[in-house]
Design a binder for this molecule. Sequence first.
Ligand SMILES: NC(=O)c1ccc[n+]([C@@H]2O[C@H](COP(=O)([O-])OP(=O)(O)OC[C@H]3O[C@@H](n4cnc5c(N)ncnc54)[C@H](OP(=O)(O)O)[C@@H]3O)[C@@H](O)[C@H]2O)c1
Length: 330
Amino acid sequence: MRFGQAPVPFTPPETNLKGKTVIVTGGNTGLGFEASRQFLILGASRVILAVRNVSKGETARQVLLSDLTVKKNNLDAEVKVMRLDLSDYKSVVKFATDVKKELHVMHILLLNAGLNVMNWEETVDGHEMTLQVNYLSNALLVLELLPLLEQTAIDVKAPTRISWVGSQAQVFNSFNKKPLPSDESVLHHFDDKMQYSSFFRYSDSKLLVSMFVQELANHIPQEKVVINHMCPGGVSTSIDANLPVYLRPIVGAVKWLFARTPEVGARILIYAAAVAGPDTHGAFIVDNKIAPIAPISQTENGKEMQKKLWDETIVELTKVDKAVADVLAQ
Ligand SMILES: NC(=O)c1ccc[n+]([C@@H]2O[C@H](COP(=O)([O-])OP(=O)(O)OC[C@H]3O[C@@H](n4cnc5c(N)ncnc54)[C@H](OP(=O)(O)O)[C@@H]3O)[C@@H](O)[C@H]2O)c1
């Protein structure tokens, strides 16, 4: 950070993740890479880089294992690369199946991977790209891995953790100006090309993250799994790589002036995933403090949208894997 954003406190030195297994989606670059490095420095025994491009993941693994601070603090750390493409439900289910088969325990799931595309694109599953990558596939991953997180919590007699990287951009969503009509489906709205706005889609996807986290927190006791979401602030990464060419110099200059480094931004991810307490269950964290969610979430229309989103998401994901419904019934 050069100007304009609050300083982010250092992670308390007593934070010790020895014995913990951590999954970081998008752990090959940007905030995910830096969070993986910090988890390792804090002693995490096993960090899984869940990446869509395995060769980029392997390169990141090598860099992490040769990092001098990681070596000094955690010589025996295991870093493993596993393939996860959030634009494809099959890849999510395969990843979760492999995790359950190979890891047997999981203490922290950091949902970091995300994108900001500027054009309408569809996934192999027929959804708008940002909707599926930033929201739907993550919700699927959560429900696939919840039983393992719950079992680990029982075994270690302490809650495990799901932390999802959201954004304060959720506040600037399109529904402030044009609320979703009561008779309109949330998911159909996002998948309707006529309703698509490249300007709002990223913020809207982060609003869905926020709504899902709040709703999921009502379904899982915090004694088992604490779920929260956070915003790292404005951070210098590749997240804006898809911006139109004419906007890049402006965004580049703003970032140069105001953006946090990944090292500073990732501290907020680490805070949410490894330091914050059960009081953050369902909450949104900004600058290491619980922060207000998008005001729309507190309106009648927003509450109705949140409930509808939850119901529609469960129906959608149950079509991908029938077991999802059982996970929540338990
Ligand atoms: N940077 C900021 O200012 C900022 C602010 C608020 C929130 N965030 C959030 O922070 C998170 C991390 O972003 P970042 O800033 O570190 O950006 P980044 O450097 O672009 O990293 C994004 C990560 O997501 C991965 N990814 C993209 N599409 C994927 C897919 N289909 N399947 C699996 N992984 C996929 C990327 O993989 P590849 O390397 O293969 O592309 C990369 O590892 C995102 O959720 C973003 O929305 C960032």
